[in-house]
Write a protein that binds this ligand. Sequence first.
Ligand code: SF4
Length: 310
Amino acid sequence: MTEEKKYLFGPVPSRRLGLSLGVDIVPFKTCTLDCIYCQIGKTSEKTIERKDYVVVEAVLEELKDRLAQGLTADFITISGSGEPTLNSQLGQIIDGIKKITDIPVAVLTNGTLLTDKSVRADCAKADVVVPSLDAGDQQTFQKINRPHRDISIEKLVDGLCAFRDEFSGQIWLEVFLVEGINTDANQIAKIKTIIERISPDKVHLNTAVRPTAEKDVKRLDAEKLQAVAVQLGQRCEVVADFALLYDGKHIEGGAKDVLSMLKRRPCSLNDISSGLGIRRDVALKYVTYFQQQGVVDTVERDGTTFFKAD
Ligand code: SF4
């Protein structure tokens, strides 16, 4: 069988998951929501129907090949071009990954299908589940997440609570804040009450530091975001990477060294880190910034990701 589709992407640097190898198991852009801040683009297929979207063996073969080439990652992350729980083979895929490697598995999900027992059972096979909660009431949910007509905030929260009861792994809840939409004191208080009901292990605050589906989406500045983090309590931390907003003039000298190194030859993160004597997470930050700026690209060689600049 000729298998043209590539299901894996990266590894890409991720603030929360370290070096994260993505597995994309739904077609672009299939989702239960159409969030105004979506960084992938507008939802073209808004659905709640789970389907077999991939050939499971092909996904696992691709992973086996990459691992045999020496690929390493901190997490294998099921995410990609839409809502991954829409893929009814999710559980099979995680089972298959677990048979091949010890690398922990994360699922990034908007959480809207967790009312479905089989979706909860599939997600429970992962080590970490990263669901979303961006609203404290139905009106705000409609505004920011633009859900499929059969989804309500109430159902979303019920699903998240049921999952918490059943899942002993880590739940890192992401709250994405858009200035003027879900940021007033009343909304934050409602979100806080819901978070207390769900009881996630961590709460991650994010905002629009990358291009979004709708142009008028406003990010919260770092200070305000930090203030909300304090309000939401101890388990809450800011994960929005404001480093992505630096303009070239203000980026530190170390970043310039990274760029000139990548102009000379493609380098892996380890090459950058040992070559310049900087920490790997710092190298990741710089490389991510330059990728966002479109000046650095990746190439795969023998299972290792190399970064290069023209
Ligand atoms: S849930 Fe995720 S993929 Fe779906 S529209 Fe929202 S941000 Fe985009």
